[in-house]
Design a protein around this ligand. Structure first.
Ligand code: SF4
Ligand code: SF4
Ligand code: SF4
Length: 274
């Protein structure tokens, strides 16, 4: 039998954990499986009892439920409610679960029947407006990102297991980008939401010469006016700003502000088929 888990000599509980997906690409769960270097340590820390992408066994008794994906069908509401009932802690895993993610782009269109026809042709499936998990159940913790950063999830799970409070960075991606000594992409002609987006990804995109699309949602005190000013100074339109702000759903209220400017301000924003 293996030694009981301990931390500084204090015995630790090994929580039962389940991973579940609603409407999603399952990329967040894949991130965890991809982490081969530390996967065994991670598995030692928790007892995984449900993880369709990684194992066949199933159990309905778990302490922590990680739920990936957004709610886009009525049957998913019932499934999510059941998962919530079984779990002591429910974690929204990834931008789809936290904000609706890329799925919520569908909500741009008022006419769902038109959307169904465009996407599924003569074979429509049941689908509804996209919602994040918190619209239907209590969410105890959110882990941001599209996809999530596996190192961050491991740190958060470790914090949960040892009973530490979980903290997300409040500062923006720009801080990490500068710490990584990157040339600002605005100087290279690329738009970027780094000034207003919550850090924690270690400036994943900008360190790879791709502007930030805001997948982790707004940083604390994010200054939209300042972002607009920077974007316009570097020659980017309101349309470009909106495309980025609308992409993952975390900036919905910011996008509304850009979409409905003062009556004197010209906007190029398209939206909503009527
Ligand atoms: S957040 Fe991104 S990677 Fe994760 S399930 Fe949604 S679309 Fe996939
Ligand atoms: S590239 Fe983006 S994240 Fe990096 S410093 Fe410039 S604006 Fe900030
Ligand atoms: S740089 Fe921006 S878009 Fe890329 S992972 Fe980080 S928060 Fe998400």
């Amino acid at each position: 039998m293996s030694e009981p888990l301990s931390y500084l000599g204090v015995p630790l509980a090994r929580p039962k954990v389940g991973f579940f997906e609603l409407s999603s690409c399952e990329g967040c769960q894949l991130q965890l499986l991809n982490n081969e270097a530390t996967l065994l340590d991670f598995l030692n820390l928790v007892e995984i009892v449900n993880f369709r992408e990684g194992m066949s066994e199933r159990a309905d008794t778990y302490d922590i439920a990680f739920v990936e994906g957004s709610v886009t069908r009525k049957d998913e509401i019932a499934r999510l409610t059941e998962i919530r009932k079984n779990a002591k802690i429910l974690v929204a895993l990834g931008s789809c679960a936290c904000f609706g993610g890329v799925n919520q782009l569908k909500n741009r269109f008022r006419d769902l029947d038109w959307v169904k026809k465009e996407v599924y042709g003569d074979f429509p499936i049941e689908t509804m407006e996209v919602h994040p998990l918190k619209d239907f159940v209590q969410v105890d913790l959110e882990i941001f990102g599209c996809p999530i950063k596996k190192e961050e999830v491991e740190r958060i799970v470790t914090d949960l297991v040892v009973g530490k409070a979980v903290h997300h960075p409040e500062y923006p991606v720009c801080m990490e980008c500068k710490a990584n000594e990157n040339i600002c992409l605005f100087e290279l002609g690329e738009p970027c939401l780094g000034p207003v987006t919550r850090a924690g990804c270690d400036s994943w995109c900008t360190s790879n010469r791709r502007g930030c699309w805001g997948c982790r949602g707004p940083a604390e005190g994010a200054n939209l006016k300042q972002l607009e000013e920077i974007m316009h100074t570097y020659g980017f339109s309101s349309e470009t700003i909106l495309d980025r702000l609308e992409c993952f759903g975390g900036f919905a209220s910011f996008a509304d502000a850009v979409r409905s400017p003062s009556p004197n301000k010209k906007t190029t924003a398209r939206r909503k088929k009527s």
